[in-house]
Design a binder for this molecule. Structure first.
Ligand SMILES: Nc1nc2c(c(=O)[nH]1)N[C@H]1C(S)=C(S)[C@@H](COP(=O)(O)OP(=O)(O)OC[C@H]3O[C@@H](n4cnc5c(N)ncnc54)[C@H](O)[C@@H]3O)O[C@H]1N2
Ligand code: MOO
Length: 424
């Protein structure tokens, strides 16, 4: 019998569905704190700027140089002495000889003599003696002699050295998230590497004897493995490195054989499936009483959860239903990964919005319904799909989660709700 856990031959020997002690579920906040306490900050390393996007600066960044490093032109035009253009206008242009041509990148500076102009390009160094630049549009563009049709004030179109950054300035503080502008600034002051906390290495392990590799034919009872792809993407989007291990069957021995050789290389193990109340709960069977605590969390979706350390390595066990897996990643794992990287803000933006239609929610559980939030339409949020945790296509249409508090069982059209914004 392919792809089945070790079924006893005699069905009377089948394992029992688990006795579930009727313990009160723990709150979302409690489980979140439990997961957060498990995942430590990663060590500080120096990485090339190209590898730093989305990471967090671990030390203040001090500039060894000024920006701009030299006085330079803000326009394509002519470097002049403003006094030489006094009184110039369309009808009475001033005509000057063009003594030099200064493209950007020219490094030998010839002083500007009074009564002359240097043709100069944007970003090129201002010659000593010049105190203004007149843009080419206000001239006849001459190369030997130039007619200048406007007077200019001193310092016009001149970008002074150090007007952006002075040598010795602290340009970024430790804890800054590195996006395009911050990485651009680091390069502009001459850095090739930055000190950052390295990406947490996460083993994403999907269990389930029913799982088949996408692209292969499906037999009745089989489905394509999707949580691995999804959770690995979520890990990467949160700044982690994901190692993906799919198709671990619902057999404890196979689970251990797959997991153990990888433990030494990862900061966190993230499993999906095998944690609820069935007869073949491989993750629970393999890890309960070995450092991982399995609990019910008062949340929908994402009720059955586990967290702990196995052989010293943090393990978070997510439920197998795809929407449960991703919503619990959002609530519990993503904040922990961001904190491991040193991010100060680990939560999604939270906004108030108005429901476009009524929804219901189970008592005693915080519900996270998938929604489409449109800030342009007066902050309206529209639920997509129902509450079912298999409704992955609705999750793929959603850009937010609608939070319904534990004690609320019914909301009407027009009611105000809290929304966690996942994407624009
Ligand atoms: N008697 C009870 N049954 C269930 C309970 C309960 O409290 N009592 N909880 C339900 C809830 S809520 C959830 S969520 C699920 C969680 O179950 P498991 O974590 O054990 O997950 P599985 O049973 O392995 O799978 C659930 C579902 O998801 C599909 N799945 C699993 N892994 C993948 C994957 N990698 N890619 C795509 N799809 C996957 C799997 O085929 C199942 O359909 O338990 C409820 N039951
Ligand atoms: O809590 Mo389960 O995670 O809803 O389907």
């Amino acid at each position: 019998m392919p792809n089945l856990p070790n079924l006893p031959e005699n069905s009377r020997d089948l394992p029992n569905l688990r006795d579930q002690p009727l313990r009160r579920p723990i709150s979302v906040a409690e489980h979140r704190a439990r997961v957060a306490a498990l995942v430590e900050r990663t060590p500080v390393v120096r990485l090339p700027l190209t590898d730093c996007l989305g990471l967090v600066l671990a030390e203040d960044l001090v500039s060894p140089i000024s920006l701009p490093p030299f006085d330079n032109s803000a326009m394509d035009g002519y470097a002049v002495r403003a006094a030489d253009l006094a009184g110039a206008d369309q009808d009475n242009p001033v005509e000057l000889p063009v003594a030099e041509d200064i493209p950007a990148g020219r490094t030998d500076l010839v002083p500007l003599e009074a009564g002359t102009a240097h043709r100069i390009m944007t970003g090129a160094p201002l010659p000593p003696g010049a105190d203004a630049v007149i843009q080419v549009e206000l001239t006849d563009g001459g190369t030997e002699r130039v007619r200048l049709f406007r007077a200019v004030a001193q310092n016009s179109n001149v970008r002074r050295a150090a007007s952006d950054v002075a040598a010795g300035d602290r340009v970024l503080v430790a804890g800054t998230a590195l996006g395009a502008a911050q990485l651009g600034l680091a390069a502009a002051i001459g850095r090739t590497e930055l000190p950052v906390r390295r990406r947490p290495r996460v083993l994403v392990l999907s269990t389930g004897s029913e799982l088949v590799e996408p692209g292969q034919p499906l037999l009745p009872g089989q489905i394509y493995e999707s949580n691995g792809t999804m959770l690995a993407a979520a890990v990467r989007a949160a700044g982690g490195e994901a190692e993906l291990l799919r198709f671990v069957p619902d057999e404890v021995a196979a689970f251990h054989a797959a997991l153990e050789p990888r433990l030494a290389h990862v900061d966190l193990v993230l499993t999906s499936g095998g944690v609820s109340a069935g007869a073949y709960e491989v993750v629970k069977d393999a890890l309960a009483d070995r450092g991982v605590t399995f609990t019910k969390v008062a949340v929908q979706p994402g009720g059955p959860q586990g967290a702990g350390r196995y052989q010293g390595v943090p393990v978070i066990t997510l439920p197998g239903n795809p929407v449960s897996s991703l919503v619990s990643f959002e609530l519990f794992v993503r904040p922990a990964l961001l904190a491991a990287l040193g991010h100060e803000r680990v939560d999604r933006p939270r906004v108030r919005a108005t429901l476009s239609q009524g929804i219901t929610s189970p008592a005693g559980r915080t519900q996270y319904r998938r929604g489409v939030y449109d800030p342009a339409s007066g902050r309206v949020v529209t639920p997509v799909g129902g509450p079912g945790s298999h409704l992955l296509s609705a999750m793929a249409l959603a850009n937010c989660l609608i939070e319904v508090p534990e004690e609320v069982t019914e909301l009407a059209e027009g009611d105000e709700v809290a929304v966690l914004v996942l994407a624009d």
